[in-house]
Design a protein around this ligand. Sequence first.
Ligand code: PMP
Length: 309
Amino acid sequence: MGFDEMDVDTIWQDGSFVDWDDATVHVLTHGLHYGSGVFEGVRCYDTENGPALFRWEEHLDRFFESTKPYDMELPYSREELTQATLELVRREELESCYIRPVAFYGYGSLGVSPKDNPVNVAIAAWPWGTYLGEAALEEGVEVMISSWRKHASSQIPTNAKTTGLYVNSMLAGEEARRNGYTEAIVLNKEGNVAEGPGENIFLVRDGEIYTPGLAQSILDGITRNTVIELARERGYTVHDQATISRGELNTADELFFSGTAAEVTPIRKVDNVEIGNGSRGPVTEELQQAFFDLVERRNDDHDEWFTYV
Ligand code: PMP
C-alpha cells in the first residue's frame, strides 16, 4: 500500500510534529547524495494488552550504535526519541504499525565530509502488514541466490544500519523479483551465506539450528536475537556463529528468514530447488508460532521486551 492511501497525518521531524506533507528536506541534503544516514525499523503490535513497541530499547541501542562509525551525534536523547515515538503512535491512534526513525547529515555543504552539516532526525509510523505477502508466512517464499555479493564488513560497517547500504539490498531484491522470486539470499565476499536484503537467515538440520554470525557481514538483527532466545528456551541447540556454505542451503531440512518487517517467514525453495519437503517445516512453524504468541502477548513471556503505548 502506498503512502497516499494511508490515513496518517503527522511525522515527528527535528523536535516537532509536522504535517505529513510538510516533512520534507532540501535537495542538497548530504544524506540524499551520499547515503550518510542511519535508520531503524521497529514494529508496534496490537497486543492483548494494547499497542506495544517490540524491543524498542534494543532498536534504540542499535540506532545510537549505527551513528558511531560516522561520527554522527544525535541531537536528541533516548528519552526524547521514545516520547516522540509514543506520542506519534497515540496521536495517530495506530494499533499495529511500523516505525521508522531516521537520522542523516542534512543541508549545509556538499563536500563528502559531513562536518558542516546538521544532523536531522525524523520518526514516522504507518500501518504495514506482512512484508513478503500474506501467504508467505504460511506457505513460505521462493528465493534466489543473488549474483550481487554483500559488502564485506572491511569495506563498510555492516553492523550499522546505514541508509547507503541499502542500494545493495535493492539490487539483490530487484534482481530476484525480476526473475520471478519473492526475495534474495545474499552471499558474502567469501561466498558464504550472509543474509537476505532485509532479513537474517536461519537453517535447520537434524533438529539443530544454524544462523550466520556477525563475522559473515550481517546486520545483528533484533528478530534474529529473539528467535535464538525463543529456540533455546524450547531446548534447541542454536549455532549462532555459523558459517553456512551455499550448498548447505540445498541440503537443509528447513530455512527461514527473520526480520522486523519479514517477522518469521519460511523459505520453501532456493533457486527453484525445494527445501525439505517444499513447505513450512515443523521447527519453523513452532518458532513462528512462538514468535507471534510472544509479540501479540498471548503469554507473559519477556514482558521486558515491550514498551506499551
Ligand atoms: N539484515 C538486514 C540487512 C536488515 O535490513 C534487517 C532489517 N532491519 C535485518 C537483517 C533484520 O534485522 P531486525 O530483525 O533487527 O529487523
